[in-house]
Design a protein around this ligand. Structure first.
Ligand code: BT5
Length: 275
């Protein structure tokens, strides 16, 4: 069992995340939740797995983690947001995840736009938001196809599946895990993945629907702001300084010719001033 009874009870009592399905092994929790959404599942459904055989990253990339070593979970949401603002859902999950890392492990990661939790320059966690709500849907940070789960319809507003992979006791080379950096206060105590998920979902519930506040909080927390960046986009690479994250969650980059670009989908590398 990943999520203990106490956490399950408090999630049921005080959040929309009362139904948490656990899997010892699955292909991808995001895929499973997207299928559930297509079949009309309600907002708040959560899937969590010990192991994924085909974990998905963005843009067709893979998410890889050994069994039992990380938190891998997907959440079904049906937010009342215009398609252009769906990135705020990813932002809310990222902010909740940062707080959960602090509360449970004494680690405060930085947020790299659009979807990574970082410890220094090492990736601790990634978030993948995929729309599952029919034609034209597209969440910022999604696979880019805008049809990750097909045209599903389902109950109520457009469904968005937000998945997070967060390294707890192991990480690939160059990446970070919580156990490797947990503060002295928490050293020796094992980090309970269910407690981590519980704290994340509590933090998400507190932010959910308060989108202006999420935009503000994310802007203040994002370590990409003020950095020189290289952005890989479908439209070509862009190098410049990240000035801010706007109200729709787009990264505003000023290039070396002084032109301003608003980026909604892209990969960012923090680069040194000379590069
Ligand atoms: C992401 O994509 O960072 C989103 C990852 C989302 C994974 C969760 S797990 C639960 C849910 N179910 C799924 O199927 N997916 C979600 P992206 O920004 O594209 O980063 C992917 C890249 O991160 C890979 O190409 C690797 O370079 C790197 N990577 C893979 N596994 C990693 C890990 N465990 N830790 C750090 N980096 C990793």
């Amino acid at each position: 069992m990943i999520v203990n009874r106490r956490v399950q009870v408090s999630l049921k009592a005080s959040t929309r995340f009362g139904e948490v399905r656990e899997f010892a092994s699955i292909d991808s929790t995001n895929r499973w939740v997207a299928v559930a959404a297509a079949n009309g599942a309600q907002e708040g459904l959560v899937a969590v797995a010990d192991y994924q055989s085909a974990g998905r990253g963005r843009l067709g990339r893979a998410w890889e983690a050994p069994a039992g070593a990380s938190l891998m979970a997907s959440i079904l949401l049906r937010p009342d947001l215009a398609p252009s603002r769906l990135g705020l859902v990813t932002n809310a999950v990222a902010l909740a995840a940062v707080d959960a890392c602090w509360e449970i492990a004494g680690v405060r990661p930085g947020l790299k736009w659009p979807n990574d939790l970082m410890v220094g320059e090492a990736k601790l966690a990634g978030i993948l938001a995929e729309s599952a709500g029919g034609a034209g849907a597209g969440a910022s940070g999604s696979s880019g196809s805008g049809k990750g789960a097909g045209s599903t319809g389902g109950a109520g507003p457009r469904a968005v599946v937000v998945g997070i992979g967060l390294n707890v006791t192991a990480a690939p080379p160059g990446a970070a895990c919580l156990a490797g950096i947990s503060s002295a206060a928490n050293a020796g105590a094992s980090i309970d993945r269910g407690e981590l998920l519980g704290a994340l979902l509590m933090g998400l519930e507190a932010r959910y629907g308060h989108w202006e506040a999420v935009a503000e909080e994310y802007r203040a927390a994002c370590v990409t702001v003020g950095r020189r960046v290289r952005v890989t986009r479908a439209a070509g690479d862009l190098v410049g300084v990240a000035r801010e994250v706007d109200d729709d969650g787009r990264l505003v980059v000023v290039d070396d010719d002084g032109a301003t670009h608003k980026v909604s989908v892209g990969d960012v590398v923090h680069v040194r001033p000379s590069q």
